[in-house]
Write a protein that binds this ligand. Structure first.
Ligand SMILES: [Zn+2]
Length: 248
């Protein structure tokens, strides 16, 4: 029986992924915190009480998504990314680090990217998925270095879309399906950039294609220059898209 090159490639990828996985799960003798694990494209720093099993869950999640995201955002190479992890019982340490790294504390936030090759995460059951969201932020920086919160709606939209994080518009209330406008979507401490993020990118890609999605990022969300319509028209069309998704 002939083995196709594709099968061999899949097998090789599986081996690489398994090896990274084993490295994360395998404790060394008498290890003390912080535990530092280097595994392929990622480096993990486990602070007090974070388990290797928790880090491995994050590793599994990143390994099954990172190449797809790089391909979709047309980024050929990424720096090795360091994932620093804090246990829920040490949230004070997580927020103290946040203050020293970015000069601000966002209470309730459980992940952020202090540099273009680092993410800091406070463990909770959805952290493996959040790590993919944070990784998408880093890939978007590799594509467009000044995209961080510039504008905020697009920054979060890319991360929500690439990490496949969304609530179905069918589950939104009728009021929630009204386009809130870009000023509202750029607010901090608001669910709006997260709720609308996935759908905004899905709409751009469905209607104009991947090239236009990349152009929108390269234009820092300048809708008229990237898509050739006004922001107001974009809002109206996005709202129609959401309503069609919701079947209303
Ligand atoms: Zn984000």
């Amino acid at each position: 029986m002939r083995t196709s090159p594709l099968t061999l490639l899949a097998f090789a990828l599986l081996l690489v992924n398994c090896r990274d996985d084993t490295v994360i799960r395998q404790p060394t003798e008498n290890e003390t915190y912080p535990i530092v694990i280097t595994a392929g494209a990622f480096r993990y720093v486990l602070h007090d009480d974070v388990t290797r099993e928790q880090a491995a869950h994050i590793g599994d999640s990143l390994l099954s998504n990172y190449e797809r995201i790089m391909r979709h955002l047309r980024v050929g190479t990424m720096p090795q990314v360091t994932i620093s992890l804090w246990a829920p019982g040490h949230s004070n340490d997580f927020y103290a680090e946040m203050e020293s790294r970015i000069g601000q504390v966002y209470r309730g936030a459980t992940g952020y990217t202090p540099t273009n090759s680092e993410m800091c995460l406070l463990w909770n059951p959805s952290t493996p998925k959040s790590a993919v969201h944070e990784y998408a932020h880093l890939v978007s920086i590799a594509l467009k270095p000044d995209i961080g919160n510039n504008p905020r709606w697009l920054w979060e939209a890319i991360a929500q879309y690439e990490s496949r994080t969304y609530e179905r518009p069918a589950d939104w209330t009728p009021d929630q399906r009204a386009f809130p406008g870009f000023a509202a979507l750029n607010q901090y401490n608001s669910v709006l950039p997260y709720r609308w993020g996935y759908t905004i990118c899905a709409f751009i890609i469905d209607r104009w294609g991947d090239d236009a999605y990349i152009s929108t990022i390269n234009a820092n969300g300048n809708i008229p220059s990237a898509l050739g319509i006004t922001e107001e028209e974009f809002g109206t069309l996005t709202e129609e898209y959401v309503k069609s998704m919701a079947g209303s």
